[in-house]
Ligand binder design. Structure first.
Ligand code: CA
Ligand code: CA
Length: 430
């Protein structure tokens, strides 16, 4: 028990009224170090998933938000027997409900897991009662719950056991025990309507609740009910009076009368930066964990800091095309606040690495959110980018409404057959 003491003390201030246990697997919010892990199978994960170097590992699902992940893809193949066990939990009298979110990561190779309970200890052998068996968990995040009222007044341990045979990856997040009932909203809580000073939070509504609280602040802030909305079906809330060009963190929780659900989060957003007041220049040179997400950018392009590779500075972004499928990879800028009718000039560098004989296709688009669906306006496009050297391009854009992202979209479908992989790189937007 000693190993849990310091982390439990750190997280105790995050336990709100009605909450008995909480773990979101963030470093500062119910970290995985609060749990006891047992890698009973002792098998060797396949190279592609060897970041799972324990029974369960905390890994980033979104920028700033971890999940607990386990694998059953072993080399040689085998059956997972990986445990994640809570510290001892003293259940109060009355109704107690366990909530969590879960998903698999490959529709063809879905993970299976059990939830077990012990009243005698936290060793694997103590878990003789299975509360729930989930075979082939869905690949979309699922809301899960179990009524623990039969154990009211007892000290319990809970375990999640991955018992999948030769599948892929599965994840658990937001494990909460509430004294009462307050079902969780959907796991992913998104933003929209980002301006210099405001944002809307959006979630998938829960049933059987009376409303939602939300919290926002700087990275690492301790969530508290800074705002509330009523009604189970309500699925959005607006925040104002924010600071321009600033990264914020946010949480949402359900509430059912005086019983609070667990905080779902943290997620992060940037408020918009005014563009046109001086020049914005960006070379993707942030090498901190999270790379360009720390600067408000997002998307699936990779970074490379190889000596001599960037057009300037220390790092660049790139997008590999594929020899088996169409490339469809987005890179979203931070949000910029633009003035309707004003002309903006965007310059950027592109080059190919590897083969330059097969042209790449790149678009520069704009939209009102950092999603592919929102990128409805093409500012610049080329299907003939085949530069051996960095080449500068210039585009101009005159918005018809305020509040805009710039987005680069690498979308070429590979047509040749001999299997070369080459890359598209971009640097020094400004
Ligand atoms: Ca989490
Ligand atoms: Ca294992």
């Amino acid at each position: 028990m000693k190993k849990f003491l310091s982390t439990l003390l750190l997280s105790s201030s995050l336990i709100g009224y009605g909450q008995v246990f909480s773990s979101g697997f963030e470093t500062n919010y119910g970290p995985i170090t609060n749990w006891t892990l047992y890698n009973v199978d002792g098998l060797t994960p396949a190279t592609q998933v060897n970041f799972v170097n324990a029974a369960w590992v905390a890994t980033a699902e979104e920028f700033g938000n971890n999940v607990a992940m386990s694998t059953s893809w072993y080399s040689p193949a085998g059956t997972s027997n990986d445990w994640m066990v809570t510290p001892s939990i003293a259940l109060p009298a009355g109704t107690n409900t366990l909530y969590w979110h879960a998903r698999s990561y490959d529709a063809t190779y879905k993970e299976s897991y059990r939830v077990l309970i012990s009243t005698t200890g936290n060793a694997v052998a103590n878990f003789t009662t299975t509360l729930l068996t989930v075979n082939n968990e869905d690949t979309a995040w699922q809301n899960k719950s179990i009524d623990l009222s039969a154990y009211a007044g007892q000290t319990i341990y809970l375990a999640f056991q991955n018992f999948s045979n030769d599948k892929f990856l599965g994840a658990i997040d937001n494990v909460y025990i509430v004294n009462g009932t307050s079902p969780q909203p959907g796991r992913l809580i998104t933003t929209s309507n980002i301006t210099k000073t405001g944002v809307s939070l959006n979630w998938t509504a829960a049933t059987g609740v009376t409303g939602y609280d939300y919290s926002w602040g700087s990275t690492g802030h301790v969530p508290s009910a800074m705002g509330s909305v009523s009604g189970a079906a309500t699925n959005t809330a607006s925040i104002g009076s924010l600071t321009e060009n600033t990264m914020y963190e946010y949480y949402v929780r359900s509430k059912n009368g005086t019983t609070n659900g667990g905080w779902i989060g943290p997620y992060r957003f940037f408020t918009a930066q005014e563009l046109g007041v001086g020049t914005y220049t960006y070379g993707f040179d942030n090498t901190a964990s999270g790379f360009y997400q720390n600067d408000g950018w997002s998307g699936a392009w990779s970074t490379n800091a190889g000596a001599g590779n960037p057009q300037a500075g220390a790092q660049m972004v790139f997008s590999n095309n594929s020899n088996t499928a169409a490339t469809n990879r987005w890179l979203f800028s931070k949000p910029f606040n633009l003035t309707t009718g004003k002309s903006y000039t965007i310059t950027f560098y592109l080059r190919n690495f590897g083969s330059t004989t097969t042209a790449q296709s790149i678009k520069l688009t704009t939209g009102n959110a950092a999603t592919a669906a929102a990128q409805t306006n093409t500012v610049w496009t080329s299907s003939t980018v085949a530069n051996a050297a960095w080449t500068q391009y210039t585009a101009t854009f005159t918005p018809t409404s305020d509040g805009t992202y710039f987005t680069f979209h690498h979308y070429r479908q590979l047509l040749y057959l001999w299997g070369l992989i080459h890359s598209m790189l971009m640097d020094s937007l400004g």
